[in-house]
Design a protein around this ligand. Structure first.
Ligand code: AMP
Ligand code: MG
Length: 391
């Protein structure tokens, strides 16, 4: 088993950790459901007209029909519909029990004020039948579902005005590096702008985590230790970028050890982004991501995201699809899983974009997917199939 597979196995064995709370439906988007959503009704709750038209008995479809009344959505027919009779009916209205067919307005010839004839004897029935979408008691959404747009409609339809979800974890993001200046400044010689904080904070926000604090700190052991301990007081997660490697000023792994954190892994087996720690102590979780922005991006997407989902009790499986290459990929060393920013073109083929490695964050701005080059594979030929992860 390679290192990335080992990490995936470790993540799979983590136990969900976060407490739950009730939220109102309007606040449910992007939260993790912590109860099954069960139907309290059949859907549709009655035989429902799928069209604006006329409801009648199919056996009368060839005959001239008497129109008894107009039934709009929300109304019930007041009289029984007999032979050669019909009601004018609107989409969404209850089809009277005597009727087994709705023919469309477009298939109707109005002969007089209250006489109509169907011009299409082969009409479909145009009825959505009671309970055909789901039955009372069906589980509509499972505990662990991430509530996205369609889930909001399902919750509303099932009468869940409030529901149990995971609490939003609080996070402090700490960018480390004595060379960093904020985006608003022009770097002096030897300095660079901090691009990681904006990136990782957005990745976390997209997952609906609460950013409680954002720091940019120089590589000073004492300062980093103090700030870390302070961050732990108000945060469930601390995310460091930079200082994760083995350079003289890469203090993060050392600080974690000194503070008694259990380090689950200290490298990923992925290129870019090999040095990365994940650690835990007393229910506080720390990611030590790489300083290079593409590395930290990849580490977040491939590792931090599944960890956070698992801890929140969220069912998460990243979308990976096999697609044909429209270029030949080659590398010299195949000792890690390589992740390469690419574009899936309109024909579904994987196309190359300029990419210079872990610092080249601007390449990602043009990518719509990440290509996976497995460990041990040094060439993928044009027209061969490879896995991509849409971004
Ligand atoms: P490190 O992981 O601290 O050794 O940093 C690796 C590389 O990433 C160095 O070239 C750093 O200057 C760069 N880097 C570190 N932090 C950031 C950041 N917040 N934004 C952009 N680049 C960074
Ligand atoms: Mg550094």
């Amino acid at each position: 088993m390679n290192q990335f597979e080992k990490i995936q196995q470790l993540i799979g064995n983590f136990t969900p950790f976060f407490p739950t709370e009730k939220v109102q439906l309007e606040d449910a988007y992007n939260r993790v459901l912590q109860e099954d959503v069960v139907a309290d009704l059949n859907m549709p709750p009655f035989n429902k007209s799928a069209m604006d038209g006329y409801a009648c008995r199919l056996e009368d479809i060839a005959n001239e029909l008497e129109v008894l009344e107009v039934i709009n959505a929300g109304k019930i027919a007041s009289a029984k519909i007999g032979a050669n009779q019909c009601v004018k009916i609107m989409t969404g209205a209850a089809v009277p029990p005597e009727c087994d067919c709705v023919f469309m307005v477009e298939d109707a010839e109005e002969l007089s004020e209250n006489k109509v004839r169907c011009t299409n004897p082969k009409t479909k029935k145009n009825i959505c039948y009671l309970g055909e979408d789901y039955k009372k008691g069906d589980v509509l959404l499972k505990k662990g579902t991430l509530i996205n747009v369609p889930q909001m409609a399902v919750l509303a339809g099932a009468g869940y005005a409030e529901m149990l979800v995971s609490k939003r974890p609080r996070v402090t993001v700490i960018a480390t590096g004595s060379e960093l200046v904020p985006p608003s400044e022009t770097p002096k010689p030897g300095q660079i702008r901090n691009s990681n904080s904006s990136q990782v904070i957005t990745q976390l926000r997209k997952m609906n985590l609460e950013i409680v604090s954002e720091l940019m700190l120089v590589d000073d052991y004492k300062l980093l230790t103090e700030s870390f301990n302070k961050a732990l007081e108000s945060s469930d997660f601390v995310v460091f970028t930079g200082g994760a490697s083995v350079g003289d000023f890469d203090f993060i792994p050392e600080i974690l050890k000194e503070q008694g954190f259990k380090i689950y892994w200290d490298h990923t087996g992925i290129k870019p982004g090999n040095p990365m720690t994940f650690s835990e102590k007393d229910g506080k979780f720390v990611f030590g991501l790489s300083g290079n922005p593409v590395s930290s991006f990849v580490q977040f997407e491939l590792i931090a995201k599944p960890v956070i989902c698992k801890l929140l009790g969220a069912n998460y499986a990243p979308l990976r699809i096999k697609a044909p290459m429209n270029f030949t990929y080659q590398r010299k060393r195949a000792n890690r899983l390589a992740i390469i920013p690419v574009v899936i073109n309109e024909n579904g083929a994987i196309s190359e974009i300029p990419f210079h490695g872990s610092a080249h964050i601007n390449a990602l701005a043009f990518a719509n997917a990440l290509l996976e080059v497995p460990l041990g594979v040094s060439t993928i030929q044009t027209d061969e199939f490879a896995y991509v992860r849409p971004l």
